[in-house]
Design a protein around this ligand. Structure first.
Ligand SMILES: [Ca+2]
Ligand SMILES: [Ca+2]
Length: 518
């Protein structure tokens, strides 16, 4: 089996983080539908409708606290907000046949979570948004740009889908064409993109929001089918194009749960998973559609039924269904299970021994045009301990900033938890590479905080140092402010003078007039 395992260390770590007290978010009231914290997925919840949920530890970063609404910036309706007639749903949907869906990949390392969340789902959604097709590298998005943000420079470390979606929220994702690869070989594990153009392009392609929902009841399955068909937002007279869903299956001993549909039955010869693997670790896979007619005689009574209690718990629920399946795309190559895809019985998801397999994730993507950015050429011998802050003031004579930003990736990704466990205790550029890295940081959100005070010249404040008690050192080689027009076209660059760029226990501070534009 390819390297698909997610080491328990990560799951345990994230679990602990999720249990730590929330900081700075108490009292906030998220708008819209309130997601339920780690809601149970017992199979007896027959009438339980679809709803958002935050199962621990894989549905959002624990560092953001329990009031972090992962859908807040999305424009589309939240789960359960649209009530639509399920009779509109066709019996089969397969979005992997659409031109917006990328090729089926074959992963090399432990990047499955990012093959699902970014290389597959993000690519598909971004092509739909842009009106393009995922047939070229210019319209595909890589798996390991985001994976290298969180894999601790360790090829065996897995990732959660949300690591990619948060990377897309905070930095964005560059195209495969500009980034240079979908997934690198072993020598690229932990390597960060070197080149301002890559970071500048990434800023344009973003995730607006993401959501998880349990899929343990018939009505919850119907909502997921609706998302796959038309996002539960039918448009009269127009073709409806559905979304995709992220899934985290258990992949040990797959032979025990993989069946081939027998001769004479619908889609004979196709493979179907009737349960999650009885052992093993999680594996990110992509749910691209469904087929309500696919079935398998799980209990061997000679018939395929949805109305017999086959698991012997005294009631008939989704867990007893032998007919109806999701269509799943894996990242184990185009010829795995004949065509890279497999069926997964709806009932297979209802497994109290594998909570992750009960949930489906989805995203909404967005485009963003940066107006002002920072271009940095920077080295640091231990990126987990690097600390960079960027401040702005509306007055060019100010002596301290009005607003400050600490970019996640230049501060050890505190969002993802204990920094060294995610970015790795390696040089900024990557393992064994102490050469400077050229990156870009979007200043647009910071500048927007100045609001109507934005006319005239302001002041920029930059600070480079190492974490408290760290002996990490670094060097700022070059720094520039870049401006773009409202179409994203380059306007001008202002160099920031760097006399002695060394920093470490001593903090390097720079301040300069910030040329501004309306
Ligand atoms: Ca049966
Ligand atoms: Ca039952």
């Amino acid at each position: 089996m390819p390297l698909a395992a997610r080491p328990w260390t990560l799951a345990v770590l994230l679990g602990l983080l999720a249990l730590s007290p929330a900081s700075g978010h108490a009292g906030a009231t998220p708008e819209g539908v309130k997601a339920l914290e780690g809601s149970p997925t017992q199979s007896d919840q027959v009438e339980k409708p679809a709803h958002a949920a935050y199962p621990r530890p894989f549905s959002r970063p624990g560092s953001m606290g329990k009031d972090y609404d992962t859908w807040r910036e999305a424009k589309g309706p939240d789960i359960g907000e649209t009530a639509v007639d399920i009779r509109r749903l066709p019996s089969r949907v397969d979005n992997s046949t659409r031109p917006q869906f990328p090729p089926i990949y074959k992963q090399k390392g432990g990047a499955c979570g990012q093959f699902t969340s970014i290389a597959s789902i993000f690519t598909y959604e971004m092509n739909l948004l842009n009106g393009t097709e995922a047939s070229t590298e210019a319209t595909q998005f890589p798996a390991d740009f985001s994976w290298n943000m969180c894999n601790a420079a360790n090829s065996a470390q897995g990732s959660e889908a949300y690591h990619g979606w948060e990377t897309a929220k905070h930095i964005g994702i560059p195209t495969v064409k500009t980034y240079g690869r979908v997934e690198g070989d072993k020598d690229k594990i932990g390597s960060w993109a070197n080149g301002y153009a890559i970071w500048r392009e990434a800023m344009e392609y973003r995730v607006a929001g993401y959501r998880y929902t349990p899929t343990a009841t018939v009505s919850q399955i119907n909502e997921a089918r609706g998302w796959l068909f038309d996002r539960n937002q039918p448009k009269a007279g127009k073709e409806s194009i559905g979304g995709l869903l992220a899934l985290d299956g258990r992949m040990g001993e797959l032979k025990k749960v993989t069946r081939t549909i027998p001769e004479g039955d619908y889609l004979a010869g196709e493979d179907v998973w009737i349960h999650w693997g009885p052992s093993g670790f999680g594996h990110g896979i992509t749910c691209v559609g469904y087929d309500d007619q696919v079935g398998f005689d799980v209990n061997g009574d000679g018939k395929i039924t949805n109305d017999i209690d086959i698991n012997g718990d005294g009631k008939v629920t989704l867990a007893d269904h032998e007919r109806g399946a999701f269509i799943v795309v894996n990242s184990w190559g185009k010829t795995w299970s004949k065509d890279g895809k497999i069926y997964l019985l709806y009932s297979a998801m209802v497994d109290p021994t594998w909570e992750r397999g009960n949930y489906l994730g989805r995203i909404e993507v967005s485009r963003h045009i940066p107006r002002c950015t920072l271009k940095l050429k920077l080295a640091c011998n231990k990126r987990s301990d690097l600390r960079v802050t960027i401040g702005i003031a509306s007055n060019k004579d100010a002596t301290k900033p009005d607003y400050e930003l600490a970019p996640q990736f230049l501060n050890g990704w505190p969002l993802f938890g204990k920094p060294k466990n995610n970015v790795g205790e390696v040089p900024l550029a990557g393992p064994g590479d102490e050469s400077p890295l050229e990156v870009g940081v979007d200043l647009t959100p910071l500048l927007s905080k100045l609001g109507s005070k934005s006319a005239g010249e302001g002041r920029l404040f930059l600070s480079f140092s190492s974490a408290e008690k760290s002996d990490a050192t670094g060097m700022l080689h070059a720094c520039a402010i870049r401006h773009y027009d409202d179409k994203g076209a380059f306007v001008r660059e202002s160099l920031v003078n760097v006399q002695d760029g060394t920093f470490g226990k001593n903090t390097l501070t720079l301040t300069t007039v910030l040329p501004r534009q309306r």
